[in-house]
Design a protein around this ligand. Structure first.
Ligand code: FUB
Length: 307
């Protein structure tokens, strides 16, 4: 009841979306999905592609939230977080993931650091409700380029994904290299060294999840991107590469996935550029399809449906 009340209070602007098949949201461009199951509700968090044609480049200022009781009927929950909520960031609300710990919700998100540091950084927001509003939890970046200078690019600190495994939280992220580190119990500080995950052809968009006794690291590979994955019996690896999970996302150079189990069914959530004939790489849309595991733990390739 307490959780229901919170959702209701913070959902003044809640608006039902008519079921549309894929893509699931068609009146606004959504990208880089992440999802969180809270009781009998799934919360979908996305970036917001705002680039107006003919502009070809990311224009992303805020994140959006949607909720659903069944993965078919979605309700708009507004924008729970804006890049302006991080005073030390200067823009670019890129990929994110939200996780709950001890009744608080932590929003890990990639942003562009202000001129005091180079390039992209990972921010953390915190809220009492999955729909926010989220506030800057640290007042500074959790990860900056100063900490991962092993590469010459300035956009390697992007695409955070987070898991709590046997009480220990881990953050994975990266572009070109996949990094990971433990998080302290407070969820807003790294704990120990940043390590590199040994997986082949890593571009970006890691998503870490666990199913039965297997750890799965799915990620975007190549460019245009396909989603591939690796499996391990330990979160520290070694990781065994298992190949393609989802082919190139029609009409978008990037793809970006979330994988969840909700009410006993597994889902693959991703984006494509399907509804923008002029070019969808910067005007993307989130899609949902069922995911199926084989008896050996491998995942069947996901083929986009329109239903
Ligand atoms: O949306 C901006 C970037 O494009 C994300 O961080 C990447 O994963 C790719 O989807």
């Amino acid at each position: 009841l307490f959780i229901t009340t919170l959702f209701t209070c913070s959902s003044i602007h809640a608006q039902q979306i008519p079921p549309a098949g894929n893509p699931i949201i068609t009146d606004v461009y959504t990208a880089d999905p992440a999802a969180l199951v809270v009781g009998d509700t799934v919360f979908l968090y996305t970036g917001h592609d705002e680039a107006k044609p003919p502009h070809e480049g990311y224009v992303m200022h805020e994140w959006l939230c949607f909720s659903s009781p069944d993965m078919i009927h979605w309700t708009k929950r507004g924008s729970p977080l804006n890049v302006k909520d991080f005073s030390w960031a200067k823009g670019e609300a890129w990929a994110s993931q939200v996780i709950e710990r001890n009744g608080k919700y932590y929003y890990y998100a990639a942003v562009e650091h202000d001129s005091t540091h180079r390039g992209k950084a990972i921010a953390v927001g915190v809220a009492d409700s999955p729909t926010g509003p989220f506030k800057d939890a640290r007042g500074s970046a959790l990860v900056t380029n100063d900490m991962t200078t092993a590469t010459s690019i300035t956009w390697d600190d992007i695409d955070p994904t987070v898991i709590i495994d046997n009480g220990q939280a881990y953050l994975f992220w990266g572009n070109t290299k996949c990094y990971y580190a433990k998080l302290k119990d407070n969820m807003i500080d790294l704990d120990g060294d940043i390590k590199i995950v040994d997986v082949p052809n890593f571009t970006e968009a890691p998503w870490i999840h666990k199913q039965n006794s297997w750890y799965y690291l799915s990620y975007a590979s190549g460019f245009p991107e396909k989603i591939v994955y690796a499996m391990s019996k330990s979160i520290d690896g070694p990781w065994k590469y298992k190949g393609i999970l989802n082919e190139i996302a029609g009409n978008s150079n990037t793809n970006h996935q979330a994988i969840i189990n909700f009410k006993g069914k597994d889902y693959f959530i991703y984006h494509n550029g399907a509804i923008n004939p002029a070019g969808g790489s910067f005007r993307r849309s989130v899609c949902v399809d069922r995911l199926h595991y084989n008896s050996d733990g491998t995942m069947e390739r996901v083929i986009m449906t329109t239903e």
